[in-house]
Design a protein around this ligand. Structure first.
Ligand code: E4P
Length: 216
């Protein structure tokens, strides 16, 4: 399973990249706004800055919701850097835009996916990645990981090449369960990635080894 970081914060992206296990980045308009990025030129520059840090796919989301607007915006984003993947919302014009990008050799990430039916449509349109939002599904007392499992099974049964990118991750346990469910990619906040490191027996064991090492 590939690890993406789900943030537009450059320090966190650098920290995750320094770990040596980072495969890519996802952003969305809310994450960009959180970093105080304002105006089109600043947005484009921020994507360039992210691409300069991480050697892997960087999802950049379109803000238009009509076919023509999404295609125009997506072309500009894709031209920024070869690692840019155009992120398109799961709406009717979004599916048309994904098909257009597929036919024109531009990679896409279909976002805001909450059902297997939506994931099938995205794959039919040729999306490179599909992003089911598992944390937001859990927030409504459904089971987000179950959706990942269902989409993985459908894609395997049908031979779809679209990668399942588990998004809206809230915890290290989400990452473990998505790995079990066969997700191709998990996009995670830095705290969920570093949370995977934690185990009290590791800390106790290391403290003991270091104490005993004084007698060597
Ligand atoms: C990433 O592609 C998604 O936009 C992101 O994971 C959504 O996460 P949230 O539900 O925590 O906002």
């Amino acid at each position: 399973m590939k690890f993406f970081i789900d943030t537009a914060n450059l320090d966190q992206i650098k920290e995750a990249n320094d770990l040596g296990i980072l495969d890519g980045v996802t952003t969305n308009p809310s994450l960009m706004a959180k970093e105080g990025i304002k105006g089109q030129e600043a947005i484009l520059q921020h994507y360039r800055d992210i691409c300069a840090i991480v050697d892997g796919p960087v999802s950049a989301e379109v803000l238009s919701t009509d076919f023509e607007g999404m295609v125009e915006e997506g072309k500009k984003l894709a031209a920024l850097h070869e690692n840019i993947v155009v992120k398109i919302p799961m709406i009717k014009d979004g599916i048309k835009a994904i098909k257009w990008f597929t036919d024109n050799g531009i990679r896409t990430n279909c976002t805001l996916v909450f059902s297997a039916g939506q994931a099938i449509l995205a794959a039919k349109a040729g999306a490179t990645m599909v992003s089911p939002f598992i944390g937001r599904i859990d927030d409504g007392s459904w089971d987000g990981v179950q959706l990942i499992e269902q989409i993985v099974n459908i894609y395997n049964a049908q031979g779809f090449m679209t990668e399942v990118l588990a998004a809206s991750i809230r915890s290290p346990l989400h990452i473990v369960r998505c790995a079990e469910a066969g997700a191709d990619i998990c996009t995670c906040p830095l705290t969920s990635i570093t949370g995977l490191l934690k185990h009290p027996l590791t800390d106790i064991g290391l403290a003991q080894f270091l104490a005993d090492a004084k007698n060597l």
